[in-house]
Write a new protein. Structure first.
Length: 345
């Protein structure tokens, strides 16, 4: 009787070992002050005192990439979803005033493709480099029978820190100005609706993108989520930032109130500049404006609350951003959008 091996059951230990060796230099390139040890231990160590904190508060986040992974799998574009994964986590840290310290990932698949997995984790490492945090570990799970051939899933976990008196939001007042930072496109939310619109319209990922010259539809939709760490923390460092909202699932109406006191709201002025993918989605899918606003970021990846907008704009431009005035904080709870009917006109 032939002896049965783990590989016969669908799990390739040698492939897993090869992946670990392939990603070690990627992780090493993201190291920062405070990291102790490296990839390979049972747990990762971080020295907050060495990182310069005196009275730190730890802030933690976890997130995924959602059904955008289906597009990555179908197009074979695996290089950017790792950036998406990091962005979804670290952008949630900075709106609370915390600087990202380290990141861990969970990668699960049915059968390990070392080349594809290296590209995916390479994207995670690139996202960590952009976010100035260290990739200190993770888990690769090969689970035949649970995932179809070629399918995989990702989850990310990030920890940041802020000095006790520097957490956000803080001091938000009626009359404060709301500044928008542009998104690069759909980012990582709403792809179930994107896929439904494409299916209803009979569109394939290999067709020319109607909203992006010289790109296929799949390529245009795979643009990674923007990472706002450098610009937002630069604004916070000089004391100009009172609050911030990462505009993800729920859009502006669902996320901006999270940065405001319960007694306050916001009045936003439309239209604002946005990537052409959003008017295209609204028109092609016959999606109502109110639905677009609560599903997608609609061109606003980050909303910042400040009392000195001119000084804040200068800091943000110096950090490489293209900020724009989005609205003002009001004394009426809720989000009121002036000229809402012009957003996708």
């Amino acid at each position: 009787m032939t002896s049965v091996t783990y590989r016969d059951a669908g799990v390739d230990i040698e492939a897993g070992d090869a992946l670990v060796e392939a990603i070690k230099p990627l992780a090493k390139a993201t190291t920062r002050v405070g990291v102790m040890g490296g990839i390979g231990g049972f747990g990762a160590l971080f020295d907050l005192k060495a990182a310069g904190y005196e009275d730190p508060i730890l802030v933690s986040t976890t997130d995924g990439v959602g059904t955008k992974l289906k597009l990555a799998i179908e197009t074979g574009i695996h290089d950017f979803v790792g950036i998406d994964l990091v962005a979804m986590c670290v952008n949630d840290l900075i709106v609370q005033g915390a600087a990202p310290l380290f990141f861990l990932d969970y990668f699960a698949t049915g059968a390990l493709d070392v080349a594809a997995a290296t590209r995916i984790i390479g994207g995670i490492a690139e996202g960590c480099r952009m976010a100035q945090c260290a990739l200190v570990g993770g888990e690769t799970a090969e689970m035949p029978g649970l995932y179809a051939h070629g399918d995989y899933d990702l989850a990310g976990f990030s920890v940041g820190a802020a000095e006790r008196g520097r957490l956000l939001p803080s001091g938000v007042m009626v009359g404060d100005v709301i500044i928008g930072l542009p998104s690069s496109g759909v980012h990582s939310n709403g792809f179930s609706l994107v896929r439904r619109i494409m299916a209803d319209a009979g569109l394939g990922l290999g067709e020319a993108a109607p909203f992006a010259d010289q790109l296929k539809l799949g390529e245009a939709l795979m643009r990674p989520t923007r990472i706002y760490v450098s610009a937002v923390l630069a604004l916070h460092k000089v004391g100009l930032l009172k609050g911030a909202a990462h505009i993800t699932g729920g859009g502006l109406p669902g996320n901006l109130p999270r940065a405001l006191p319960a007694t306050m709201g916001a009045k936003l002025t439309a239209p604002w500049s946005m990537p052409q993918v959003f008017p295209w989605l609204a028109k092609t899918g016959n999606v109502a404006t109110v639905e677009m606003l609560r599903v997608f970021n609609c061109g606003v990846g980050m909303a910042l609350i400040v009392s000195d907008p001119e000084a804040a704009m200068t800091v943000l431009r110096d950090a490489g951003e293209e900020p724009f005035r989005l609205g003002v904080v009001t004394g009426v709870p809720g989000i009121d959008i002036e000229n809402e009917d012009l957003i996708f006109a």
